[in-house]
Design a protein around this ligand. Sequence first.
Ligand SMILES: Cc1cc2nc3c(=O)[nH]c(=O)nc-3n(C[C@H](O)[C@H](O)[C@H](O)COP(=O)(O)OP(=O)(O)OC[C@H]3O[C@@H](n4cnc5c(N)ncnc54)[C@H](O)[C@@H]3O)c2cc1C
Length: 446
Amino acid sequence: MISSTDTVIVGAGPYGLSTSAYLTEAGVPHQVLGLPMHAWKNFTPPGMLLRSEAFASNLYAPGGGYTVEDYCRHIHMEYKPVGLHLPVEMFVDYGQWFQSELVAHIRPVEVQDMCRKDGYFRLGLSDGSSLVARRVVLSLGLKAFGQAPSALRGVPKPYVLHSGDFGDAMWARGKEIVIVGGGQSAIGLAALMGQVGARVRLLVRGEAVNWSKEPRTSSGIMSRLLRARVGLGRGWDSNKPWLLAMSYMLSEYPASFHKLSLQHRQRILETSWGPSGAWWLRDRVEGKIEISTRTEVSHAEVRSGRVVLEVDSGNGTSAISADHVVLATGFKVDMARHAFISSEILSSLSLIDGSPDLTSNFETSVRDLYVLGPAAAMSFGPALRFIYGARCAVPRVARHIGGRFKREAGRFAAPPHAATPELANGHAGSGVHAGGVLQAVERNAE
Ligand SMILES: Cc1cc2nc3c(=O)[nH]c(=O)nc-3n(C[C@H](O)[C@H](O)[C@H](O)COP(=O)(O)OP(=O)(O)OC[C@H]3O[C@@H](n4cnc5c(N)ncnc54)[C@H](O)[C@@H]3O)c2cc1C
């Protein structure tokens, strides 16, 4: 079965759900494809606490509301903008509540292929159906972009896993686990796996674990003001007012990043918000988990059902063996890793080192194709790697799509019989334009 709509949002995480709320307000017929909060529910260990503060972990609705604070009120829980440390499970519940209140037209399917013909996108879905749309917003998160050090790339699962490959960490109980990485994900996992009864060793490349500092209210008035307001905290570990001002700009006004030269943008992305462990994890890790610093895995293989690593450190090379190795070695955006995107679309995408080069409205070089979330960081800065980036991105993309929809609506008006089943159910808004899309595609298919 083929159906149609004006705009498809692929991915139902914080960015996708917020975009849907805004498009509904703008009167744009659309569908959201994906399971709500899927990545957070299934690939983030229960018990893990969000690194972002509660006030920087909101999904966004036009006119405000439906915030974490509203959700806490809804479930009769005390709210604190800073220091609440939301458990992942609660964040999932919050996202699902937001979806149930504001996002009606959602389909729990995976997009398996997407191509473009005569100005329309055609998406093949995991339930066997197809969907035709004039516009597509990709809000796919980080899952496809997991990185592995070259020495570990050839070792099969489940001996070597990426931190994004599993949710519940109970499988690690009683096992020897080596975690590679020195950021929040590695440290958070080490703490969790230690708690469930795994013997964990953490291999960190740097000289030491870089612990974030507990927020304080001392020092100058400017620093205090900036720290209080910056959604992402401080991007650089410095008290220099100009670096704090830069953190403030990047966090609160990601659109300003878009105006910088490519060289500046790349430099900022490399140096800001580097790997670090949240200060509140320190007590759960130090003295409880074996941490080896200045280490680099140079070779890995499976021997007699265990992974054997050759690890270079300041003291030479040593062999370490474990039941499993978990890589928490970060993410690198590479649009080609979204296997469902056709090679024609990929070859028309203007990319900077794998990341889409976006306009100031988050549109790619392929007209009517938009990218939100972490994959937009090369164009809009480090804020887009976090939920907080949706605050700027979502209203902007919805305004642009809404404007185009209104300008084009007359041109694509369809007779009443063109309505598709989801239009009849009222799922896709006014449906006039969407019916036109389906007709045009059917004409092209003839
Ligand atoms: C372990 C971990 C902890 C993190 N903690 C924080 C934190 O505390 N605070 C913070 O701000 N950020 C955090 N992040 C970053 C976080 O991933 C992003 O901020 C946020 O999830 C981005 O939202 P999103 O909607 O773009 O992506 P996601 O929430 O990942 O949603 C994308 C969705 O797209 C779906 N999808 C992908 N491909 C398809 C397809 N082909 N068809 C249909 N659906 C598809 C996925 O299933 C997923 O549900 C963390 C990341 C990780 C890995």
